[in-house]
Design a binder for this molecule. Sequence first.
Ligand SMILES: *[C@@H]1O[C@H](CO)[C@@H](O)[C@H](O)[C@H]1NC(C)=O
Ligand SMILES: *[C@@H]1O[C@H](CO)[C@@H](O)[C@H](O)[C@H]1NC(C)=O
Ligand SMILES: *[C@@H]1O[C@H](CO)[C@@H](O)[C@H](O)[C@H]1NC(C)=O
Ligand SMILES: *[C@@H]1O[C@H](CO)[C@@H](O)[C@H](O)[C@H]1NC(C)=O
Ligand SMILES: *[C@@H]1O[C@H](CO)[C@@H](O)[C@H](O)[C@H]1NC(C)=O
Ligand SMILES: *[C@@H]1O[C@H](CO)[C@@H](O)[C@H](O)[C@H]1NC(C)=O
Ligand SMILES: *[C@@H]1O[C@H](CO)[C@@H](O)[C@H](O)[C@H]1NC(C)=O
Length: 608
Amino acid sequence: MASFIFFLLFLFIILGGTTPAVGQSSDQSECYDWGESSESAVAVMEAESGWLSCPLFSHPSVYNYSSTQNPGHNLFWYRLPEGHDLEQPITYSSRISKDRERLWLQPALANDTGHYICMLRNLSSCSKIAMRLKVLRRDDVVPGNSCLPAVAMAATPVMIPLQQGAKVDCPDLQNANKMADGEPTVTWFHGCNKFPFGSSDRQLKGVSLQVHVMMDHYQGLYYCRVQYQRRGQTLNFTRMLNITGIYPDSLPKVPSILQPTKDKVLIVRQDKEVRLVCRGLFPYVDSPWDIWWTVDGKTVEQLNDSRFSKVKTRQVKYDYGDRQEESVLVIHDFQADDRNREFNCSVKNGRGFETRRVRLDVEVVLPSVELGCGLGVTLVLMLLLFVVYHIFWLELLLLYRSWFGTDERHTDDKEFDVYISYARNSEEETFVLSTLRRVLENELGYSVCIFDRDSLPGGTITDETLSFVARSRRLLVVVSPGYASQGSQALLELKAGIDSMALGGHLRVILVQYRPLQRQGWVRELRGARVALALVRWQGDKSEDLTSHFWKRLRVELPVRRVNSKEEGGSGKDVALMRLSSQNSTNSQTGLISNTVKHPENVYNYAA
Ligand SMILES: *[C@@H]1O[C@H](CO)[C@@H](O)[C@H](O)[C@H]1NC(C)=O
Ligand SMILES: *[C@@H]1O[C@H](CO)[C@@H](O)[C@H](O)[C@H]1NC(C)=O
Ligand SMILES: *[C@@H]1O[C@H](CO)[C@@H](O)[C@H](O)[C@H]1NC(C)=O
Ligand SMILES: *[C@@H]1O[C@H](CO)[C@@H](O)[C@H](O)[C@H]1NC(C)=O
Ligand SMILES: *[C@@H]1O[C@H](CO)[C@@H](O)[C@H](O)[C@H]1NC(C)=O
Ligand SMILES: *[C@@H]1O[C@H](CO)[C@@H](O)[C@H](O)[C@H]1NC(C)=O
Ligand SMILES: *[C@@H]1O[C@H](CO)[C@@H](O)[C@H](O)[C@H]1NC(C)=O
């Protein structure tokens, strides 16, 4: 006896040492806990039969019931009633029984609702998982006084090709077969209508519903109630079917691409978001379908480029089982290089596959904003130039002449730049001698001829005048009220000038007005020539400054004289010497200056 107890103790220690969780005391902390099943709660109608399947076996690759039974595995069921936190072993009865991986409730009672745990264990390992059971009352499922049967589970979809026949079985009937003592019976309903349904198109074949010719109006929700006897008890459960007509099998079932069409060219814009839409038609087949985009043969996931993304596939149309699905490829910021990429849309189901490349053309967009800005800027610039020209035209003209104008001294053999003609013994005489001459000779470097000063005593006045005028490049006429009165020296000069100009003697006449003057006061010769001649007006003190309008205007009319011309050649020396001389003889009205100008070689002698 003692040895027997010792043996039991020994056995307990051995087994306890290897598997501490063994024994009815069930210390389940050693058991691997899968938590609660991710499948939704099992729903059973009150008073109907129902069952729980251990979720461990819903993944046969991990737990295969047939194979786990062999090495001494045991499946245990526990219950955690609502409001309790302690698992209780199930007490089996005729109502609650175990069959393979299922726990049967025949029938289910309202207070069966709660958590259930199935535990699979052998000597060395243990796993468990929990699930929920909900026992529903009729009121939970169908509203008040509806004629519809109450069903706890979702409808089973059934597809029947239109114009064709099909046999429909009640779901889970085979499970009842195992429990039933005899053959179960099945009652069929179409909506609220109990079988028979009037026409002979739909009949019973054994326990199955036989549809001979499927019609559009035979679609809808069907109910089947399975009733069976078990141990003298009548049990039942109800199932729901969603019968849908689909296009006949004779129609093609391969998927096709509706959009983009074969020859359509999509116009896209560069640097913009481009959305490529693909629409596929999937006729109903009992197999998975797919629609996807590839870029150069790679899916968006394989590409792993943030510029490419896709919009979740959506159903566009459903028509007797045929579905149209749309997949959108989004290209952010379309680049010029993308034009050469291969954008393919592909569709696939159990019957076939199709792929199509989308043809893209990049639209040339006129950058309207940029163009507008450019035009605006150009206009503003033009306006600015216009204004600048109007304010500074004299300066611009002088600048232009200083760069591109030809120095007349190189092209003619004249002696004087300017011959000044004026009325003697007038206000203008003072202006000519003290201002005009001084500035032209000293400041601007022109060679000036003033008859009274430069003519040699003894000559014939008429011949001398004509000769001097002919040897000048410009005739500067200072007009005044008494200018060119009959028989005066000025009239002679003016006539000589106008004649020389008219005869092409390379002379130009410029009018300078010292005081405001009515045109009536002008001599006939001047009046006639006025239109063709430049008139430069002296504007009092304003014109004193060398940068004033008067002098600039005058310089424009006078021959080109470059600033740097002073440093070059003989003519430059002429000017320099002339300035020197005129400084020495500021008050002298006659004499040396014109001689030095006329005979430059003398200057060297004089200077030496
Ligand atoms: C489960 O195991 C049995 C016997 O071990 C085997 O015949 C069956 O194919 C297995 N099922 C799956 C889904 O692995
Ligand atoms: C469930 O309710 C039935 C009566 O409807 C009762 O006989 C049974 O004891 C109850 N079970 C529990 C666990 O409350
Ligand atoms: C218990 O089951 C596991 C797999 O589920 C197996 O690997 C192990 O050998 C079994 N242990 C015994 C003692 O049968
Ligand atoms: C079977 O279904 C009927 C009708 O829903 C119900 O009244 C009855 O309680 C159920 N159970 C049995 C065993 O008949
Ligand atoms: C029945 O199936 C059709 C087609 O699949 C579906 O549009 C409809 O919503 C389903 N009805 C119910 C009640 O499930
Ligand atoms: C995608 O690219 C990023 C970096 O560019 C990288 O971190 C990530 O692992 C890539 N993902 C895949 C699936 O290749
Ligand atoms: C893309 O589609 C064209 C037909 O439009 C096909 O010739 C080409 O092989 C497809 N490319 C890929 C990568 O599937």
